[in-house]
Design a protein around this ligand. Sequence first.
Ligand SMILES: Nc1nc2c(c(=O)[nH]1)N[C@H]1C(S)=C(S)[C@@H](COP(=O)(O)O)O[C@H]1N2
Ligand SMILES: [Mo]
Length: 252
Amino acid sequence: MKSRHLLTRRKVLLAGLAAVGGLLLPGCTKKLPPTYGNILRMGDVLTYGAQRVLLPGQSLAKEYSSRDITSFPAVGTVNPGDPDHPRCSETYRRLQERAFADWHLSVEGLVARPGFYSLADLKRFPARTQITRHTCEEGWSAIAEWTGVPLGQVLQTAGILPEARFVSVYSYDDLADSIDMLDAFHPQTLLAYGMNGHDLSVPHGAPVRLRIETQLGYKSVKYLARIVVTNEFDDGGEKGNIQNGWSWYAGI
Ligand SMILES: Nc1nc2c(c(=O)[nH]1)N[C@H]1C(S)=C(S)[C@@H](COP(=O)(O)O)O[C@H]1N2
Ligand SMILES: [Mo]
């Protein structure tokens, strides 16, 4: 049983490598990341192509047990409402003062029903809780329990249109990022409002952050303000990863 499994995996691997090799052939363009064509982004082509071929469907990131939960540093922005923060947000500071009672997430773009979702609205969806390892590009990792609503459920409720290809997200500390539909509808991709059984704290991205368990830590954008469904790739300009030297696709 075990060896059969291994053999199957090996076959899949070989098929996968062959397909990656064939990435540049016409007809395979959907395996290319939207950053294709920029020589500095060749890493995206390989990791995106390999993962999209080797991990067909939606294989899950490993989930842990509560015994495995570790301490978890907060990095990058730890409070966008702090006046000393270089990208301080007055709006965020006011939302924080009222314990995020006035916070809402805007869902717009290629959806049939654009609109705003309050924290209470998001908590009315069936919740998912998962204990996963966060891996930061800077070389540390940590395990926590996350609770939230799968992003795919919110997108489905908003009525995603057939031509949609990407989901862009915008944060209160003025970051912009995007993911493709496979990651947006991945069952472990959450709009997370809980961490280790508590409301998400400000240092970890209150009131709602993304959890993208299929990619490196920086894709799990904190302090969400807005989600835009698009069919055109937006690199986020100065607010995006690419101009700041990071890959758009950071699969793990
Ligand atoms: N809005 C926002 N999201 C962000 C960041 C940030 O600075 N601002 N940092 C990213 C990075 S590099 C990592 S490793 C994780 C850190 O999450 P944590 O602070 O909960 O550990 O958030 C990611 N999401
Ligand atoms: Mo990170």
